[in-house]
Write a protein that binds this ligand. Structure first.
Ligand SMILES: *[C@@H]1O[C@H](CO)[C@@H](O)[C@H](O)[C@H]1NC(C)=O
Ligand SMILES: *[C@@H]1O[C@H](CO)[C@@H](O)[C@H](O)[C@H]1NC(C)=O
Length: 566
């Protein structure tokens, strides 16, 4: 550990000295005033497990995340679960009112597979109440003129598929997933025209099957995640083909995937080794999933590196599975749009000292990730605000994958821990900077159709519990009915949406001031919340208790009175 820190420190110092020698980026420093193309879609996002709660209600089966969070201490910060989360299952109307307040054109949310299919398998059991719940949600959104963008899989695999068959380690997940997808197309496809098969599968397999920090908590170093990803890519392709064959003619919708990736910038752009390392960073992150889907196979650099290391490790086959020729052509071209999630940037340099660990994803990439100590840091310990990286990633995706239609499916910033400030100045800066870089990418030629800010509410943040707050709306989790309070960024984002961009300096400056004015009033309301909930407690617990006691005492007195008289 010490050694790693020393090495990292060395690199940071080196980084600072090398960066100092660089020219500035003039186009990045300047703000671009202008508007987005007409019809550009603005939205916010969320996911089922992080917000719904009602984990065992109305026929829902358990997911791997229910099992993971219930399985004992130390899995999640504060041993939290999402058993109730934001109570989103019971607050559909209230949350749609929040979406209307923001004036969004779309809402991205995910369906809980085990809420629809309690055992995971369509042939076994379909939960009608689950269908009803999402059907009503979709209707309510459409009634408010909000387009639903629906994710099929945001990490909550039905637990029975994990226990019985090994989850994504088993290739049979592809057909269970495809059957599930087909049910969703059938039940909701008359109204849903934008489908996302998988959300951020890279993080899902890395944390679920390599480091074990996410459900299902497996540590199959250097093998499990490649296998899980292999099956996920096949499952995605199968669902896409099923839509094309059975539903596309009738429903006229789009099916894509959502891939998250940070930008990787070479530490020294004049050093070919650093440039290669940064390229490798992107291919191991975005290319891993996007290359099979857009070009029919894993990136060459992944095949080379993992193949060579597997050989060195004495294996007779690469740890990276291979697609057959037939599979390659089946998978190629199976995305109607590219969903991109993006949060931050890293400087990348080659790792030129040998690693002593065994097989692992980290080891396979041969690179070191660094941060610039001058970047503003946000709530999550990995998240720094580096807006210019966003434009570069969007341009990279445009040129790598043949100018696909792009939907930004996630981008946002979390609040520093335990901070109950609704005046989230720093989120406003993040939003403004990142959305502006996206506008520049559109001017560069990227075909970006929409933007989803992450996320509508503060919510269960996986292994971080409730400590990282990504929401536009603050959720008071300690109060029984989980009230929501708007942060200042709500007003600011609404202004961007309504103006469809950044019209001119004077106006944009006034948004900032207005947003910060409203939040101080809301801060006072939030501060009064403990008092209010205390008053609830008085009326709900203390009053009945006192009444019961009074009745008992009265009865006792009456008895004594009767006795003394007789
Ligand atoms: C994979 O799933 C199938 C059921 O679809 C099961 O029969 C098989 O035993 C599973 N394989 C493993 C290794 O668990
Ligand atoms: C919502 O945004 C649209 C532009 O997308 C704008 O025309 C409309 O006036 C806005 N509505 C409100 C209530 O701000």
């Amino acid at each position: 550990m010490k050694q790693v820190q020393a090495v990292t420190l060395c690199w940071v110092l080196l980084l600072v000295s090398r960066l100092g020698a660089r020219d500035g980026f003039p186009e990045e420093a300047s703000f671009y005033y202008g508007t987005f193309p007409p019809g550009f879609s603005w939205g916010v996002g969320s996911s089922a497990y992080q917000t719904e709660g009602a984990w065992d209600q109305d026929g829902k089966g358990p997911s791997i995340w229910d099992a993971f969070t219930h399985s004992g201490k130390g899995k999640v910060l504060g041993d939290e679960t999402a058993d109730t989360a934001c109570d989103g299952y019971y607050k559909v109307q209230e949350d749609i009112a929040l979406l209307r307040e923001m004036n969004v054109s779309h809402y991205r949310f995910s369906l809980s597979w085990p809420r629809l299919l309690p055992t995971g398998i369509r042939a076994e059991q379909v939960n009608k109440k689950g269908i009803r719940f999402y059907s009503d949600l979709i209707d309510a959104l459409l009634k408010s003129n909000i387009t639903p963008i629906v994710t099929l899989y945001h990490w909550d695999l039905p637990q029975l598929l994990q226990v019985k068959y090994g989850g994504w380690q088993n290739v049979s997940m592809t057909s269970y997933f495809s059957d599930y997808a087909d049910l969703c197309f059938e039940a909701f496809g008359d109204r849903v025209k934008h489908w996302i098969t998988f959300s951020d599968p890279r993080a899902m397999v890395e944390k679920g099957y390599e480091t074990g920090r996410h459900a299902p908590g497996l540590k199959l170093h250097g093998t499990g995640m490649y296998k899980a990803a292999h099956h996920i890519i096949k499952a995605h392709a199968q669902a896409w083909h099923s839509y094309r064959k059975k539903w596309r003619n009738k429903q006229q919708g789009l099916v894509g995937i959502s891939l998250n990736c940070d930008w990787g910038e070479p530490v020294d752009i004049n050093n070919p080794k650093d440039v290669e390392a940064a390229e490798r960073y992107l291919q191991f992150c975005l290319g891993w999933f996007a290359n099979p889907i857009y070009a029919g196979d894993y990136p060459e650099v992944m095949k080379d590196h993992i193949g060579r290391k597997s050989e060195e490790q004495g294996l007779d086959m690469s740890r990276l599975p291979e697609f057959s020729l037939q599979e390659k052509s089946y998978i190629k071209g199976t995305s109607d749009f590219l969903g991109l999630g993006h949060f931050t940037t890293r400087y990348i340099t080659e790792r030129n000292y040998p690693s002593r660990q065994g097989p692992s994803y980290q080891n396979d990439r041969d690179l070191i990730e660094l941060i610039d100590p001058n970047w503003p840091d946000l709530g999550s310990n990995w998240l720094y605000s580096v807006p210019w990286g966003f434009r570069r990633l969007l341009n990279f995706a445009q040129t790598q994958y043949g100018d696909p239609p792009i939907y930004v499916t996630e981008n946002g910033a979390s609040q520093k821990e335990h901070c109950t400030q609704l005046c989230d100045e720093w989120r406003i800066q993040y939003l403004k900077g990142y959305i502006n870089e996206m506008l520049k990418a559109i001017k560069d030629g990227a075909n970006i159709k929409g933007y989803t800010s992450w996320s509508l509410l503060d919510k269960f943040e996986w292994e971080k519990g409730y400590t990282d707050r990504y929401g536009f709306y603050y959720v008071e989790f300690n109060v029984r009915n989980k009230p929501r309070y708007p942060k200042a960024s709500v007003q600011y984002y609404k202004k961007i949406i309504t103006a469809n961009g950044f019209p001119n300096p004077r106006e944009v400056e006034s948004w900032h001031l207005e947003a910060l004015e409203t939040c101080s009033i809301n801060n006072q309301l939030l501060a009064a919340e403990p008092l209010l909930s205390h008053m609830h407690m008085v009326s709900e617990i203390v009053v009945p208790t006192v009444c019961t006691l009074c009745t008992l005492i009265a009865a006792l007195l009456l008895m004594l009175l009767l006795r003394s008289q007789s």
